[in-house]
Design a protein around this ligand. Structure first.
Ligand SMILES: Cc1cc2nc3c(=O)[nH]c(=O)nc-3n(C[C@H](O)[C@H](O)[C@H](O)COP(=O)(O)OP(=O)(O)OC[C@H]3O[C@@H](n4cnc5c(N)ncnc54)[C@H](O)[C@@H]3O)c2cc1C
Ligand SMILES: Cc1ncc(C[n+]2csc(CCOP(=O)(O)OP(=O)(O)O)c2C)c(N)n1
Ligand SMILES: [Mg+2]
Length: 521
């Protein structure tokens, strides 16, 4: 359960009528366990900045160079810690800059709270400077989208926003008129219905387990299969033991969509690694040849890589029932938490006698690893990006946190970085945006000062938010950034030439000396 210290804050607020709305909000964030806010100041959030300044011993403010990075950092922080990520931006332009990072959080299911400034409450609609209708703008990205109406609203609003983001694993947005941020509690006339202290910071994540009858139907179906594949995505992270136990019982290879790269380590004898264009041949063949599939915590998008519709019996575990049956015509849907559902399913599975499907996959994996090793140790000049990824893989600590971007680099990270130990990995999976690699690494290092945090990025993605390199230096964050410099938007160049058969156009990048840049920071 989320650990807060609500009692203390309640006392403080009821005693301190002089507290401003901004102070009440920041105190409440602290109650929710928020220890870091990523953002950039502006005149629309001066009240909030002052409240953060006064509480800097309890809550850290990390100043970014571009608000998009603050949103990516909040998203990366949430992905790597499982906690709420928080970002802050000023009214108008600052808030607009957040959006791409917030869509990343929405699409990859990361809980993020975005706090923005707004113009003076009594000038709204008056064409005043920096007024943008932020409630409308954030409507699509946010599961919770509200405006502060006064100091008496501040505490319950933060409670509701944090709860919404954590429960829906999405974005909550609160916009705060600049003058109201400085309004003191005693200055605000509460409505009679708004009983002081009526909400709390208690939040308990649900652990949902499907009905016993559904579990039995699923087990019956899986027990009837001979060649089962387990497709284990990011929703199954944390269920490593259960997945391997099931894989052993069913002699089933575990195939990992990219966001689920860390579900089981690549050294596990049960996994055939990734799937899709960036995946492995053994995974692709296993998906083609299987007679049954168990999808756990995955919405892996590329339907052409699933078994042909009707070719395999299918069971899908997802905590969100609206995701079940989205990509493959499943026979039994198990709406529930991956780990708890697997724990309930395992005792119903009979150990399979036929082991050939798994052993064949293991044989193929041995060959695949040999091929990857050959590609990763080529001696060509200029050096191939696979070689750099291969070398990086050797240097990573067993608890490293690795982030990446969208581009050809995604292929190298997908294929040549092998997950081992407690390593974590992420990138913008479903929005597939360029540029989060560096901000994710910064957020990871802020969250885990003692772990090795590495961004593996392209020159295009890196230059989009390269100012954040200075953020890492400013805060003394010892991140490692590996840039594959090919002076081009490589993936698009490849698509133009290989997919479409056209000459390349608009993809060259003006070269930058990144070593000099780093030194200059
Ligand atoms: C350039 C580029 C190329 C890419 N190429 C590939 C590729 O070749 N192969 C590939 O796999 N990906 C690729 N991707 C990523 C791809 O777009 C998807 O983001 C990724 O495959 C999704 O992984 P997922 O299914 O694990 O995660 P998601 O799509 O986020 O699905 C997770 C699912 O788990 C559920 N869930 C979450 N928590 C729980 C829980 N506790 N219990 C139960 N269910 C839960 C969610 O409701 C959701 O349905 C690429 C991305 C980029 C940027
Ligand atoms: C914000 C954003 N703009 C454009 C794209 C389309 N896009 C995907 S990959 C890519 C090229 C990435 O270039 P770079 O970072 O240099 O990596 P490379 O492909 O060269 O390895 C582009 C432009 C995108 N995914 N996101
Ligand atoms: Mg490039």
């Amino acid at each position: 359960m989320w650990k807060g210290n609500g009692k203390k804050a309640e006392k403080k607020q009821s005693e301190d009528k002089k507290a401003t709305a901004a102070e009440v909000m920041v105190d409440r964030l602290i109650d929710w366990g928020v220890s870091v806010v990523f953002g950039l100041p502006g005149d629309g959030i001066n009240g909030l900045m002052e409240a953060l300044r006064k509480r800097q011993e309890q809550i850290r403010f990390i100043q970014v160079r571009h608000e998009e990075a603050a949103a990516f950092m909040a998203c990366g922080y949430a992905k790597f810690t499982g906690r709420l990520g928080v970002c802050l931006a000023t009214s108008g332009p600052g808030a607009i800059h957040l959006l791409n990072g917030l869509y990343d959080a929405k699409l990859d299911g990361a809980p993020v709270l975005a706090i923005t400034g707004q113009t003076y409450h009594d000038l709204l609609g008056m064409h005043y400077q920096q007024e943008v209708d932020l409630l409308s703008l954030f409507k699509d990205v946010a599961v919770f989208d509200q405006q502060l109406m006064g100091a008496g609203h501040a505490r319950s609003l933060v409670d509701a926003a944090c709860r919404a983001a954590l429960s829906a694993k999405g974005v909550a947005h609160v916009t705060c008129p600049v003058d109201l941020q400085e309004q003191e509690v005693e200055e605000d006339e509460r409505s009679k219905k708004n009983v002081p202290g009526h909400t709390s910071e208690a939040w308990t994540p649900p652990i949902v387990v499907p009905r016993a009858t559904d579990l039995q139907r699923a087990a019956h179906l899986l027990n009837a299969g001979e060649k089962t594949v387990i497709l284990a995505g990011q929703g199954a992270i944390g269920a490593r033991e259960e997945l391997e136990r099931l894989a052993e019982l069913m002699a089933a290879p575990i195939v990992k969509p990219l966001l689920g790269k860390a579900t089981v380590p690549d050294e596990s004898p049960y996994t055939t690694g990734g799937i899709g264009l960036l995946g492995t041949l053994p995974s692709e063949l296993a998906m083609e040849e299987c007679d049954s599939i168990l999808i756990v915590g995955s919405s892996f998008p590329y339907m052409e890589f699933y078994p042909k519709p009707g070719a395999a019996m299918a069971v899908q575990i997802d905590r969100d029932p609206s995701r079940i049956g989205l990509r493959y015509p499943v026979d039994v849907g198990l709406a529930g938490d991956a780990k708890a559902t697997l724990q309930a399913l395992v005792p119903l599975i009979v150990r399979r006698r036929a082991r050939g499907f798994l052993s064949e996959s293991q044989k193929r994996m041995k060959e695949w690893r040999g091929l990857m090793r050959d590609r990763g140790t080529r001696k060509d000049t200029p050096i191939k990006p696979e070689v750099i990824a291969h070398e990086l893989n050797e240097l990573l600590a067993d608890n490293a946190i690795i982030s990446s971007d969208s581009g050809t680099i995604t292929s190298w990270v997908a294929r040549h970085i092998d997950i081992r130990g407690d390593q974590l990995f992420s990138l913008s999976g479903n929005l597939a945006t360029m540029a989060p690699g560096l901000p994710y690494a910064i957020a990871a290092q802020v969250a885990y000062p003692d772990r090795q945090c590495v961004a593996f990025v392209g020159d295009g993605g890196f230059t989009m938010l390269m100012g954040e390199f200075a953020t890492a230096v400013k805060y003394g964050l010892p991140i490692t950034v590996v840039i594959i410099k090919n002076d081009t938007l490589g993936m698009i160049k490849w698509e133009q030439m290989v997919f479409l058969g056209n000459p390349e156009y608009g993809v060259d990048l003006h070269p930058i000396d990144f070593v000099k840049f780093a030194e200059a920071c």
